[in-house]
Design a binder for this molecule. Structure first.
Ligand code: B12
Length: 210
């Protein structure tokens, strides 16, 4: 079943993806297993095929859309399992300006929410000003900046600098993430934390609030 889901995502077959994911859940497969063992590997494979020139943009878009269709079914299942423990912490998250990738960011947001955090998801292509304004208004404990393109990674630094200029930098812990982001990049731009995936992000954020 997981292989069939992978295949359907790679072929961008939204209707089949919907049917197969529902069927997998009905058969008792765990939502996170479907996500981690079928959806993420499939969309990553689409990236490799795109890189190799075997897929063109329409195929990459179709695979992205098919993944999102699967996530629309899977993530409410994950979120629904909210841990009893309720955090007092708010996590503001978004994909930086110029970047429309949101599959990974949305998984991080859902896992944080399922783990008891109050999550404010600003979505994609979020301007630096929007991040700063929202920090000022909502006073979150954490800010997460997602970037999937090497050309948009510098925006993570821009947001950190803008938070400093606004006098808000000391009030928040800044997390950075996204496939091209590394621990050393995070250090070099003055972020507080780097997490390579959603599980690590939850673990680190929980540790920071004790
Ligand atoms: C799907 C996809 C798309 C979809 C996005 C759909 C969507 N709604 O997100 C579409 C088709 C729209 C797209 C568009 C483009 N894409 Co694209 N895309 C991808 C692809 C295949 C998968 C990304 C993904 O979802 N991965 C799965 C998720 C689960 O992983 P993830 O995002 O890394 O997230 C995990 C961690 O990184 C981390 N994380 C993520 N965010 C955050 C945030 C925080 C705070 C933390 C702590 C952790 C964290 O946790 C997540 C979960 O575990 C990648 C290839 C790849 N392997 O990354 C290319 C890729 C990123 N895209 C690429 C390119 C070039 C583009 C385009 C420029 C193509 C074009 N010519 O137009 C456009 C850019 C549009 C724009 N302005 O943003 C390149 C980037 C190359 C580079 N060096 O910058 C890649 C690497 C493909 C390639 N190999 O060439 N893309």
């Amino acid at each position: 079943m997981l292989n069939q889901i992978k295949k359907a995502i790679l072929e961008g077959e939204i209707d089949s993806v919907q049917d197969l994911v529902k069927k997998a859940l009905e058969e008792g497969t765990d939502a996170l297993e479907v996500l981690n063992k079928a959806c993420i590997p499939a969309v990553e494979k689409a990236g490799l095929l795109f890189e190799a020139g075997d897929y063109f943009l329409p195929e990459l878009i179709a695979a992205g859309e098919a993944t999102k269709t699967a996530m629309d079914i899977l993530l409410p299942e994950v979120k629904g399992r909210k841990e009893k423990w309720k955090s007092v912490a708010t996590f503001l998250i978004g994909t930086v300006e110029g970047d429309v990738h949101d599959i990974g960011k949305t998984i991080v947001a859902s896992m944080l929410s399922a783990s008891g955090f109050d999550v404010i998801d600003l979505g994609i292509d979020v301007s630096t000003e929007k991040f700063v304004e929202t920090v000022r208004e909502m006073k979150p404990e954490f800010v997460g900046l997602s970037a999937l393109l090497t050309s948009t990674m510098p925006k993570q630094k821009t947001v950190i600098e803008a938070l400093k200029t606004a006098g808000l930098r000391e009030d928040v812990k800044v997390f950075v993430g996204g496939a091209p982001v590394t621990e050393s990049w995070a250090k070099s731009i003055g972020a507080d934390c780097y997490a390579q995936d959603a599980v690590a992000a939850v673990k680190i954020a929980k540790r920071l609030i004790g």
